[in-house]
Design a binder for this molecule. Structure first.
Ligand SMILES: NC(=O)c1ccc[n+]([C@@H]2O[C@H](COP(=O)([O-])OP(=O)(O)OC[C@H]3O[C@@H](n4cnc5c(N)ncnc54)[C@H](OP(=O)(O)O)[C@@H]3O)[C@@H](O)[C@H]2O)c1
Length: 287
């Protein structure tokens, strides 16, 4: 997005997150001016090339100054915040928004109609209503979700959890960011709703086995009955409503091959990274 004589700054929200960090790096690698939003600059560890801006999406008035001179915004979906932030973007002359959403907004499986889906749908509605140019990036399950198993894998060779057969096409977070960077930088993505996945459907037992391969020792998934898994989650401080939502959602994925899309390749020009590649990169976290 380069209009002659116009300043083109990219504002990345959620910039210290799993996806946002890669968006910042991807834009910098393309030689763009990047402003990275964080609530806590002291802890942010953002690349030196990025301009750091302090702001909290739940307090939109703190975000508006960071929107000055911005042409395109990468929007992290913070529940209940999109309306005022999008309006502030419009006031400041932002022309393009790329929203991190979720493939779950279009799921029709049982257990998929939950609070997480509802908040993503609401944010998509707000962005759509803005009248600005928008692109929805709708990823499925992130590969990084499996880091929740790291303490168990570091301590032994078994991952205990619910629904071993729940299938997901785990996506590498950098692929999500690579798509977002293309949509931020280039024309032709306005109004698109990109469902992004990894290249293959893997159930949770297989994900654990693949992590074992990456770290060079066997890891197996031991299925807990839903009630036992729920108890375990509550013991670990997971709110009951979230535990119930997750269990119901995963139950709907058992034995159902997850959708695999080609969107990453179509947009970035190279195939989606595999879960094996992700696990190899993150092996140290599991050792
Ligand atoms: N995990 C999945 O499988 C999955 C699947 C589909 C969609 N998603 C979507 O992706 C999101 C997670 O993305 P991610 O993993 O990149 O996020 P993340 O690693 O959890 O990081 C999000 C970043 O956003 C910033 N942030 C959070 N609340 C904020 C606020 N109120 N104001 C300003 N900044 C705020 C935080 O940065 P600071 O602390 O530096 O401010 C944080 O580092 C989910 O919430 C969901 O919407 C996830």
């Amino acid at each position: 997005m380069h209009d002659d004589g116009e300043k083109s700054v990219f504002l990345v929200t959620g910039a210290t997150g799993n996806v946002g960090r890669h968006v910042v790096e991807g834009l910098l690698a393309e030689g763009q001016a990047v402003r990275a939003l964080t609530r806590d600059p002291a802890a942010a560890r953002l690349p030196a090339g990025a301009e750091v801006a302090v702001g909290d999406l739940t307090r939109p008035e703190t975000v508006e100054p960071a929107l000055k001179d911005v042409s395109a915004l990468f929007l992290f979906p913070s529940p209940g915040t999109a309306g005022p932030v999008v309006r502030a973007a419009k006031r400041q002359g932002v022309r393009r928004i790329v929203l991190l959403s979720s493939s779950a907004v279009a799921y029709e499986t049982e257990g998929a109609d939950n609070a997480i889906v509802a908040f993503h749908k609401e944010i998509e509605r707000e962005v759509e209503a803005s009248g600005l140019e928008w692109t929805f990036v709708r990823p499925g399950a992130f590969a990084v979700n499996t880091l929740q198993w790291a303490p168990q894998i570091r301590a032994g060779d078994v991952v205990r959890g619910p629904h071993a057969g729940a299938e997901m096409s785990m996506i590498h977070e950098r692929d999500i960011a690579d798509v977002a960077v293309r949509a931020l930088l280039t024309d032709g993505h306005a109004g698109a709703k990109y469902v992004l996945t990894g290249p293959e459907s893997l159930n949770q037992a297989e994900q654990a086995r693949r992590i074992g391969q990456a770290i060079g020792r066997p890891v197996r998934y031991e299925e807990l009955a839903p009630a036992a898994a729920r108890e375990e989650m509550l013991r670990n401080g997971v709110p009951a409503a979230f535990a119930d939502m997750l269990l119901a959602f995963q139950a709907g994925l058992v034995g159902v091959p997850a959708e695999v899309t080609t969107a990453v390749e179509e947009i970035t020009g190279r195939p989606a990274r595999t879960f094996d590649a992700w696990a190899a990169e993150r092996a140290a976290d599991f050792r």
